[in-house]
Ligand binder design. Sequence first.
Ligand code: FE2
Length: 367
Amino acid sequence: MVSANDFMPLDGWDHLELWVGNAKLAAYFYEHAFGFTRTAYAGPETGVRDRASYVLEQGDIRLVLTSGLRSDSDITRFACAHGDGAKDIAIAVPDAEHAYRETVERGARGVVEPHWVEDEHGRVQLASIATYGEVVHTFVNRSEYGGAYLPGYRPEASQNGAPGGIGLRAIDHVVGNVELGKMDHWVEFYERTMGFTNIIHFGDDQIQTDYSALMSKVMADGGGKIKFPINEPAEGKRKSQIDEYLEYNEGPGVQHIALATEDIVGTVEALRSRGMIFLSTPEAYYADAPGRVGEILEDWDDLKRLRILVDRDDDGYLLQIFTKTAQDRPTLFFEVIERHGARGFGEGNFKALFEAIEREQALRGNL
Ligand code: FE2
């Protein structure tokens, strides 16, 4: 059998870059509320004239926050059009030129041609292709680099975050919202250009409430390191949360970023004490959950107190919780997830989650 990765070897996630209106303030938010540590910076002080970028790390997660410094900047225009949001879902590869050539040959649109950037710490190979909306995938080969992040960045050691982090370990999955009828287009895009396979499919029969519904397919690379669920709206009685996202984001984009922890009770306790605001879950959820999920290692009282959701599939169970949106527009939000064997995405929780999201949507007058 030919492995999906034969033409497109991947090493995992490299980083996520958000383009935002004010990266300096956004960096404080991700440091204070999420406990990230600032590790690198690029801007006018390092000779970059048109932007400021802050690199934050926790565990294996690397988050880059960038804002433009001029009105004619593409970054400024992006933040103006979409609000703060994910611009680059960057993937670590052994050979960025190979990844670029293979994906472009298979129909991906090239955005930045393969090239090397270098400084005294070595060199990094980069190339970018377009995906849904204005989001790109940058292929990064940093195997020959020993610097803080990339050439042009200086190391930073800010004390704003939590020393050692609050238990966030890795990116678990990154979800895209695309227009009605476009989900299969992007599923096919990841199949064709990267050799990903569709590992899970949810129909509107599984993910719906009285008001909204969505369709979702999860694309994953052969090694299971990268997971991209892709959602499209489905017909409901009222405007679905995906429609609301598409309206406020002015097009497709990243809906949520899921961060993995190995101690969700401790991580969520720390997040809450640092001011993070999560979607609320109805009391009734915890009356039904133990019967639905069965035996787990965690204490149900902790899960109920912290409003952590639980779901079980054929392979095990998972715990998860969703933040409220991280900016004024009802667009990007975060998930914290702990897996105990389960390879799903909390399908059993979708209805509870949807009802919580719809309460928020109703408060905004958009339901
Ligand atoms: Fe998720």
